[in-house]
Structure formats: C-alpha cells, structure tokens
Ligand binder design. Sequence first.
Ligand code: C6P
Length: 420
Amino acid sequence: MTAQNGHRPFDVGAIRRDFPILKREVASGARLVYLDNAATSQKPVQVIAEITRYYRDHNANIHRGVHTLSMEASELYDGVREKVRAFINAPRESEVVFTRNTTESINLVAYGWGRKFLAAGDEVVISEIEHHSNIVPWQVLRDERGIVLKYIPMLPDGTLDLEYARQVIGPRTKLLAITAMSNALGTIVPLHELIPLAKAHGAVVLVDGAQSVPHMAVDVQALGADFLAFSSHKMLGPTGVGVLWGRQELLAAMDPFMSGGDMILTVTMESATWNEVPYKFEAGTPNIAGVIAFGAAIDYLQSLGMERVRAHELELVDYGLRRLGDVPGVTIYGPPDAADRGGVISFSVEDVHPHDVGQVLDSHGVAVRAGHHCAQPVMAALNVPATVRASFYIYNTPAEIDVLAGAIEEANRYFGVLSA
Ligand code: C6P
C-alpha cells in the first residue's frame, strides 16, 4: 500500500504508481492523460486487488448461508457500511443503503418517499444546474402525481440565483433536491445557505453528492440534509455500486423501491412484511464484490485525507483556469474564481465543435468529455450545444494541464482558427 497518511505531503508521484492504467498509451501512441474524472475515476491497485481477493478467497452469496464463505462475504459486505458511515459522518450504519449508482439512489427517494409522501400541489424545488438524474425522476413524479416542480435558475457565471432561491423555497416546498456540485460546470453550490432555507419551511432535503463526495470532505450531520446520493465509480471504486444515505426515521417510513429476496422478513402466499432498514431497500443479490472493493476505495481516500484531496484539486483548477485562459479562442464557462468550483473546467474553442476538439485531444492522449454532460438545461442556459470538459482527480498534475493546453493550441492550428 503506497497511499499516504495524513502527515506526509500529497505525493502525486506515489499516487500515480498505484494506478496502472496511467502508464498506458492510447491508440495514437501518446501517453494517457486522463481528464474525464467527473464521468468516472480510475481505480488503484488496492481496489483492483480487493475484487480479485473476494472472488478468489470469499465468493459466496450474503445474508443467506450459514457456511463459512457466506458468513465471510456477509461480514466483508456489511463492513463497508461502517466505512461509508464514517466517511460521510452519518449517525448510524443502518442509514447507509447500497444501490447501483447515484441515479438509482435518487430514484429510490422519488419512488420510496416521493410517491408515499408527496401529493398534488406539493412543491419540489431543484435547480437549473442539476444532472438529468436529479431532474427526470421529479418530472416523472410531477406527471404522475401533479406535484409542482420549481427551478432555482443559473446565473450567467454558472452559480445559482440565491435571491430567486429565497423566493421560490417557501411554505409549499416539500422537497429541495439539489446538487452539491455541478458536473457540467464545476460550480460548488452553497448548500449551507440553501439547506437552512428549506429547513425553515420543514422541507426534506436531498443532496446529489455524485460530484462532491469524491472530491471534498462531506459531513451529513454538519450539512443538515436528509438524503445524500453518490456513486462508488467516481471515487476510485467499482462501477455498479452507489449509496443512498438517509435519516433513519425517513428510511423507516418509506416504501421499498424494489421487492423480492433479502428485503423481506416474512412471506406467505397472501402477503409479506419488510425487513428492517437498510435491508428493506436492498432486494436481490447485490454487487457484493463491488461493495467490498468500494471499501478499499474509501480506505484509499481516507489515507490521503479529503481536505488534501480538495486542496490538490483546487491547485489544479486554479492553474488550469489560468493556463487555458491564455489559449486563444478558448471560452471557459462556470464560476471565474477557482475557489467556487471543484476540479472541473468546461470550455469551448471558437469555431470548433466540442466533439472535434475532443477528437484532437484524444490524438494527444488527452481524455476529456465533449457533449452536454447529461445537463442539457445548463447547455440551454449557456446557449451552446455542448462543451468540452476537463475534470481532475488525485493523480492529475499541472504538467498534464500543459499537455491539454498544448493540444487545444494544436486543435486551433488544425482547424485554422489561429490563422483566420
Ligand atoms: N455524471 C458525468 O460525466 P451515475 O451515472 O448514476 O453514477 O451518476 C449520475 C450523476 C448524478 N449527479 C451528478 C452531479 C453526476 O455528475 C452524475 C454522473 C457523469 O458528469 C456521467 S453522466
């Protein structure tokens, strides 16, 4: 294990050695520069090894068998609940529900809580900078139940209109469902201002932590939220594992989302009773290997320290804003101040379609996302069809940002922008 403890400096070189994929070359022969971390992060050897170890030494179904392997697998799987609890400072381990991803976690709230506790005329407030995963489930509920969906608008700099938020969050608000950080622009949402507004009206608060939990210290008790959704795959862990944290009373009152094995206490030919929280929400055989390896991802991040992860990304984004800001033809979207954003830089290159920029970057080994980033309302607000998005994580370096900037300059030359 080469991950570092909290007392040593943030040694990116040592971190990089834990990520074998960073040594590979892409099709063009260039060394990979992976700047698509908001889509999914790479995995360290510790996580990869944990998956192998589970299948090699412990593979069995959980919560079902009395044999040694099943008990070992159950213990390893449920042990990760405590790691997640500690990571987000949740009061109870039983409040940690394993899902497939953030999308499923939000849907669990929409189906299990929304369909039970929201009625026609009740207002759900979201924002214009949400990922589709935190828009569409509420639109479906609106169409089904007649709830009223309201949006906090985005200002031109990618931040939210807090004055409007103060007006739109009111006595009819039953739920504020809000991202902690925009995946499309990197905007860090001032939850410390928004959550008290919702709480003053007795509303429930769901935080989409898909982009915050992997990149900064998140403390659900300090946040004062009721639900927090996030994905393992964006924080060094495997795909197919997500978390819904929810306050015990709310989870206990909610209906199950899926039904079947493992989520019941008793079943007769006529009816069934539900298992206790969190098992009530984990129907069927889960991604056992994935959850166990997610535990190794959390250990890795804990060993670095989330404050240091955030500080590292802040340095990168600060450098990136200045470096890309100097490249002719580049327009950067989102908050101008690095401190107001996570490690994300969304940009466009004058007269070059974002997909073409993405292709030229790929030929230099630089992996970015080009498109609408599953946040089409953000694109509409910016009046652009798409952007190019570079997103950073623990293993990225300023030198990689230089490669990115050089490759954009190359795209400029290739498409004739500089000579025009
Ligand atoms: N954003 C991106 O490239 P899933 O796919 O369920 O793990 O996460 C959904 C999701 C929800 N909220 C936010 C803020 C997100 O960023 C994402 C995933 C990826 O930006 C894939 S679209």
